[in-house]
Design a protein around this ligand. Structure first.
Ligand SMILES: Cc1cc2nc3c(=O)[nH]c(=O)nc-3n(C[C@H](O)[C@H](O)[C@H](O)COP(=O)(O)OP(=O)(O)OC[C@H]3O[C@@H](n4cnc5c(N)ncnc54)[C@H](O)[C@@H]3O)c2cc1C
Length: 421
């Protein structure tokens, strides 16, 4: 079976890993679009606090989180995964009651969240925190480094025989894949990124326009829950032409489209208009020189930004939630929002060094929780993981791989089936 995977974010890399592990002949193609979500993602894996009324979303993210410990063992390398726990914090302790009740309800079927406890002095666990906060600790929550997971999956896939190429993939109306080299680059087999210090590329340029249309929290504990696009939201996809016939064909029996926010554009030549749109997130990495932040818990306020620690004295503060179309830019307004709210929760970060800013486009599927399923007899689509792709991405890749190989996926995928407009 020859399978082409379009997109090497965490979903496509996961698909390539599972496909090649089952003996398929795999080619992964990525055009390295600015704004790819995986390298910008914060890395929170804490599914139990969100989607109280949406079992389909919850099932996917819960299973995605459950999948990690086994994956970490299989990959056998450091992907930044650590069960550091999550502190849910609120100025008024009453605000913690709904999430406490939700966790109590979910605990019997998800004991991996650990025993939830009150924390009297949260700043003992995360020193920069404000002293004014009440908190409960979810010990089973983990953090992970998105780009490290993706790179480890791709490296493992290559060891299993997969080929990784740089280029822009387009689909012909019959599902045939054509690859155009990126401008100035030969479409050669690419050396998969070696592990490296720090994070990845940033888009950092001056902003245009006014304050973005931030999307506030709804029913989930943390923000960036998958909401329908705002009335003022921009067009769901780019206006790329449908099909030009340009590019070098590659043979494939099956194709997996895991092109994140660009999935609608990639699938358009098939005659479908998928309502997948980008939701921008701007995020900040700061360092506290000489401080060991590696085991600090994730801080999840009800409102405002989250914070989490990584090795190398790094603290991540994020993120904005903006429906502004394909505009992967770090803006003055976005940074102001993140910094201002971050310092309110954690005033001890006032003197921290701003090390890096990142921006990514979360792929959001407007009608449903995620978009996973066959689109045609030859094309499987896997995207729409919104703010939960680092949690559910590798698992979604495994589901997509099973679908491409004609195997039974590990969960019922009916709720995620494509609905085209
Ligand atoms: C600021 C921010 C914070 C986040 N925090 C978290 C978090 O804490 N926890 C969590 O679980 N999730 C988080 N997420 C969400 C998560 O990062 C995404 O859901 C996930 O990375 C999506 O992965 P993907 O593989 O679907 O898409 P992407 O990572 O965007 O990958 C898609 C790939 O497709 C490629 N591509 C597109 N078009 C083409 C084409 N025509 N040809 C070839 N290649 C193409 C792109 O170059 C890209 O590499 C966060 C996201 C952001 C932006």
């Amino acid at each position: 079976m020859r399978v082409v995977v379009i997109g090497s974010g965490i979903v496509g890399a996961g698909a390539a890993y599972y496909l090649s592990g089952r003996g398929a002949s795999v080619t992964v193609v990525d055009s390295h679009r600015p704004g790819a979500a995986t390298r910008a993602g914060a890395g929170i894996v804490c599914p139990w606090v969100d989607h109280p009324e949406d079992d389909d979303w919850y099932r996917l993210t819960r299973e995605g989180a459950r999948h990690y410990p086994g994956l970490v063992e299989e990959l056998g390398e450091d992907i930044g995964y650590a069960k550091v726990g999550a502190l849910l914090v609120a100025e008024d302790p009453v605000d913690l009651e709904p999430v406490r009740a939700l966790l109590r309800r979910r605990h019997p079927a998800a004991p991996e969240m650990g025993d939830v406890v009150d924390v009297d002095t949260p700043s003992e666990l995360f020193p920069p925190l404000s002293d004014e906060l009440s908190a409960i600790l979810v010990p089973g929550a983990a953090r992970v480094e998105g780009s490290a997971v993706r790179d480890a999956l791709l490296r493992a896939a290559v060891r299993q025989g997969a080929e990784v190429r740089t280029g822009t993939a387009t689909l012909a109306p019959d599902g045939q894949v054509l690859i155009r080299p990126k401008h100035g680059e030969p479409p050669l087999r690419e050396i998969v990124h070696e592990p490296r210090e720090g994070g990845e590329a940033v888009e950092s340029t001056a902003a245009a326009g006014g304050r973005p249309a931030a999307v506030g929290p709804q029913d989930s504990w943390r923000q960036a829950a998958p909401l329908a696009p705002a009335a003022t939201a921009p067009a769901a996809t780019t206006e790329a032409p449908s099909y030009t016939g340009e590019g070098r064909p590659i043979d494939a029996d099956m194709v997996i489209v895991a092109a994140g926010a660009w999935t609608g554009e990639v699938c358009r030549p098939l005659g479908v208009e998928l309502p997948v749109f980008p939701r921008r997130g701007q995020i900040l990495h700061a360092t506290l020189e000489g401080v060991d932040t590696a085991w600090w818990p994730i801080i999840l306020p009800r409102l405002g930004p989250y914070l989490l620690g990584f090795p190398d004295s790094r603290v991540v503060v994020g993120a904005t939630v903006e429906d502004v179309g394909f505009a992967p830019r770090v803006t003055m307004g976005g940074l102001e929002e993140v910094i201002e709210a971050g310092l309110r929760v954690a005033p001890g970060l006032f003197g921290a060094t701003v090390a890096e800013t990142r921006v990514g486009l979360r792929p959001v599927y407007a009608p449903g929780p995620a978009l996973i399923g066959p689109l045609t007899g030859r094309v499987v689509v896997a995207t729409g993981l919104s703010a939960y792709g680092l949690t559910a991405g590798p698992y979604t890749g495994e589901i997509a791989a099973a679908l491409a190989l004609g195997e039974e996926p590990p969960i019922d995928i009916t709720p995620y089936a494509p609905a085209t407009v």
